[in-house]
Design a protein around this ligand. Structure first.
Ligand code: 5GP
Ligand code: MG
Length: 180
């Protein structure tokens, strides 16, 4: 059965349906399979970036086949619908020394947040790190670091749902909406 998604109003903005929960789940299952194969002799630490990656981290780790650890960190770069460029570190990381870390992001936009996390991981002396992101905006990306696992490449338009918010609302939605 197909359900028809409708428009969404959050605060002052209107959003339209963009990616269904079935598509998201299918893509996450594929990524989990790929990561499970790549890490099959290791016990990786999935490092979810709060708050946005909470849904993706849960879904990805549930489908990971093998032993793993799950940790979270919290950084903040967005206000409203634009990146502020400055990043605050709200929950730090610890005990990652010698670990194989997979950073789990909701979305990579300019790449500022990922660059900041990479700097932190390098000072923590992790054994290795890779980046997994549910969404990636290639047109907005300003950095050169490779994004290892990409769920969905999307145009440079603001989205909400599946962990992503607009001023606090929309994170709980099981599908993704795009600004109208
Ligand atoms: P970056 O540092 O790469 O510019 O942005 C990364 C963070 O900004 C993401 O982890 C996410 O929290 C937020 N962000 C970037 N693009 C969007 C978007 O389209 N929608 C929402 N809700 N947040 C975004
Ligand atoms: Mg994020």
């Amino acid at each position: 059965m197909k359900t028809q998604l409708s428009m969404l109003q959050l605060h002052d903005l209107t959003f339209v349906p963009f990616i269904t929960s079935a598509e998201i789940e299918e893509r996450i299952a594929q990524l989990a399979q790929q990561i499970s194969a790549d890490y099959h002799e290791k016990t990786p630490v999935f490092l979810g970036v709060l708050n946005g990656a909470y849904q993706f981290t849960a879904a990805l780790t549930q489908q990971f086949n093998g032993d793993c650890e799950v940790e979270f960190t919290k950084l903040k770069s967005y206000e409203g619908t634009t990146s502020t460029g400055t990043i605050q570190n709200l929950i730090g990381v610890n005990n990652l020394k010698g670990k194989h870390v997979i950073v789990v992001e909701d979305i990579v936009d300019t790449g500022n947040t990922i660059s900041e996390i990479i700097k932190i991981l390098e000072t923590e002396e992790v054994a290795s790190y890779r980046i997994a992101t549910l969404c990636y905006k290639p047109e907005a990306y300003k950095k050169s670091h490779k994004i290892d696992y990409i769920g969905l490449e999307i145009p440079n338009k603001f989205i909400v749902g599946y962990g992503l918010d607009y001023d606090g609302l929309g994170r709980n939605l099981p599908e993704i909406y795009q600004l109208k």
